[in-house]
Design a binder for this molecule. Structure first.
Ligand code: PNS
Length: 190
C-alpha cells in the first residue's frame, strides 16, 4: 500500500498552539509528517533554528505524535520535498486573509513541481487569530501569551524577553551615563 508523506514547512518563530493543532490534524491524515523549519538567512528571527527545532521536538514528543518528525531546510520547498520523497505540502489557512498568499504559493509550487500537492487544513476556530508574529508582539509589550503557545515555549519566550529588557535597560543607562555625568552611580545602584 502506498504511504503518503507530507512536509509542513514554515518559520515557526515561535511555534504556537495553532501550529500544534495543524500538526495533530496532519498526523491523522498522512502516514508521515515532517515539520520543516526554513533556514532563512535574510530574516532576523527571535529564536535560532536550533531553538525552534528543540521546541517543536519537545511539543511533538509531549503530544505523542509518533509519525511526526522535525527537520530544517533551505532553498526551494519543492526541492526539499522531492529530496524527502514527500508527495504533499501541508499549509494552514486561518482566515480569508491567508488565502491569497497561500494560493499564490501553492500555485507557484505546482508550477515548479506539478507532482507535489498542497493540502490546506484549518486549525481550530479558537486559533484563527493566532500567529507567531502576534505572539512575539504581545510578549514584547508585556502581555500574557500563556494560552497561545505551549508552556515550554512561553517559558523560552519569557527568557528571551528578560534578556532583551536587560539589554534595553543597559542601553538607557549608557545614554543617561554619557549625558548626565553624576547621575551615573545613582542609576547603577537602583
Ligand atoms: O511560516 P511561513 O513564514 O508563512 O512559511 C513560509 C514558507 C517557509 C513556507 C515559504 O516562505 C517557503 O516555502 N520558503 C522557501 C523558499 C521557496 O520555496 N519559495 C517559493 C515559494 S512559492
Amino acid at each position: 500500500m502506498k504511504r503518503i508523506k507530507a512536509i509542513y514547512p514554515g518559520s515557526f518563530d515561535p511555534p504556537t498552539n495553532g501550529h500544534l493543532d495543524l500538526i495533530e490534524r496532519g498526523s491523522k491524515i498522512f502516514d508521515e509528517l515532517v515539520v520543516a523549519i526554513l533556514r532563512n538567512p535574510e530574516k532576523d528571527p527571535l529564536f535560532s533554528v536550533a531553538d525552534r527545532r528543540k521546541m517543536l521536538e519537545a511539543m511533538i514528543m509531549t503530544a505523542g505524535f509518533d509519525n511526526v518528525s522535525v527537520d530544517t531546510f533551505d532553498g526551494l520547498t519543492v526541492d526539499y520535498a522531492l529530496r524527502l520523497d514527500a508527495q504533499a505540502i501541508l499549509r494552514g489557512i486561518r482566515a480569508i486573509s491567508d488565502y491569497e498568499y497561500e494560493l499564490q504559493m501553492a500555485l507557484m509550487n505546482r508550477k515548479l513541481q506539478p507532482a507535489l500537492e498542497t493540502v490546506f487544513m484549518m486549525p481550530a476556530e479558537k486559533y484563527s487569530y493566532l500567529s507567531s508574529r502576534l505572539v512575539r508582539e504581545v510578549a514584547q509589550l508585556g502581555g500574557s501569551i500563556d494560552c497561545l503557545v505551549p508552556e515550554l515555549v512561553a517559558q523560552k519566550v519569557r527568557e528571551k524577553m528578560d534578556v532583551a529588557h536587560k539589554f534595553a535597560n543597559r542601553g538607557e543607562f549608557a545614554v543617561n551615563a554619557s549625558s548626565e555625568g553624576k547621575s551615573r552611580s545613582r542609576k547603577k545602584k537602583a
